[in-house]
Design a protein around this ligand. Structure first.
Ligand SMILES: [Zn+2]
Length: 347
């Protein structure tokens, strides 16, 4: 029996697609958050508590599978859990907004300040996610891919040093920048490993060296080798996430050895596929602020079709979705994928 004649579980579909193997249909695999205010109300688990309590976190995260029908559950909703455990000044916000690090008040100035606390993995905000992954693995681990997330050193550097001081440092003293990134990379590895131990099948690594802030050459110079090391250190498939325009650095990203790159709608899917040249799989790239937030199911469907027609292997919103995204637009994504496959008479 070929795997295409049998219906795969969501988990099999994601893992096979990330490995470049044949699938019954492309998975809908969100590397970043798909929880919305509506879903929070549905299951009685809301921001900000759902960031900080494993049981609430798991209850909200599971809706990506149980309510939306996606093939992955991604319980790390934000980008700040490690930064909170490192001691950053936090603003937790309310149900309808994202928690942030108050970067006007950075905790560190140089690489020699970087210290990962001995209780880093026991902090409430790192432990909420590992606890949640354990719960999700137990309840859904046979059926659906559990996607953990560990922040890359570039993003951690923004949080602990402040964006502007960190970026100025890359010009003034690149050697010092490399030292800082190497020190912060340890947090990425430690937290990624803890999530693998808790049951994560896949890890998203967001590392926001975006085209809006730095050049493609920056990516090569500061991050390519570091991302190759992360790929070697962490034993599960990794999905790298960088928002914004990234097509100029995609040929480098394709050299990381990572399983997939989560890309933004600012990049045309066909151009992106050409840029990575089959060396890494792509996941994305349905537009959030316009299509998913402000338009309707037919526009969502058109973007899903455009990504699939270009050969994008895993379908997802481009980034963490706006918290007031309409459910009908999210529900349209897996339906559109199924129809696309049916119209083509299978794989
Ligand atoms: Zn993003």
């Amino acid at each position: 029996m070929s795997p295409t004649s049998e219906k795969m579980t969501s988990r099999q579909r994601v893992m096979s697609a990330l490995a470049g193997e044949t699938v019954d249909r492309p998975p809908v695999c969100n590397p970043t958050n798909v929880a919305t205010v509506e879903l929070m109300d549905l299951v009685g688990a809301s921001f900000p508590d759902a960031h900080r309590n494993g049981e609430l976190n798991a209850r909200l995260a599971a809706t990506g599978y149980t309510e939306l029908g996606f093939d992955a559950i991604s319980p790390y909703f934000s980008i700040i859990q490690e930064s909170s455990a490192l001691g950053c000044d936090m603003q937790w916000e309310q149900k309808d907004n994202w928690p942030t690090v108050r970067m006007s008040n950075p905790i560190w100035k140089s690489s020699s300040d970087v210290k990962i606390p001995a209780d880093f993995l026991e902090h409430q905000d790192t432990k909420a996610i590992t606890d949640s992954i354990s719960i999700l693995k137990r309840e859904y681990g046979d059926e659906v891919a559990i996607v953990g997330k560990t922040m890359g050193p570039w993003t951690l550097a923004y949080h602990v040093f402040g964006v502007e001081p960190f970026l100025l440092g890359t010009v003034d003293d690149p050697g010092e920048t490399m030292k800082a990134l190497h020190a912060l990379k340890e947090a990425t590895i430690i937290y990624g490993q803890a999530q693998i131990d808790a049951g994560a099948d896949v890890l998203t690594v967001p590392d926001h060296a975006t085209g809006d802030l730095v050049s493609g050459e920056y990516y090569k110079r500061f991050l390519l080798e570091m991302h190759q090391e992360l790929e070697e250190e962490l034993s599960v498939p990794i999905m790298l996430h960088i928002c914004g325009s990234t097509v100029d650095r995609m040929p480098y990203i394709a050299e990381t050895g990572m399983a997939a790159f989560h890309f933004d709608s600012k990049n045309d899917p066909s151009e992106a596929m050409a840029a990575v040249n089959g060396k890494i799989r792509l996941v994305g790239n349905i537009n959030n602020p316009t299509t998913l937030y402000a338009r309707g199911p037919s526009e969502v469907r058109a973007e899903v079709n455009a990504a699939l027609d270009a050969g994008v292997q895993l379908i997802a919103p481009e980034c963490a979705i706006p918290l007031k995204t309409k459910l009908e637009n999210l529900l349209e994504i897996p339906l559109a994928v199924e129809d696309w496959v049916a119209e083509r008479g299978g794989n």
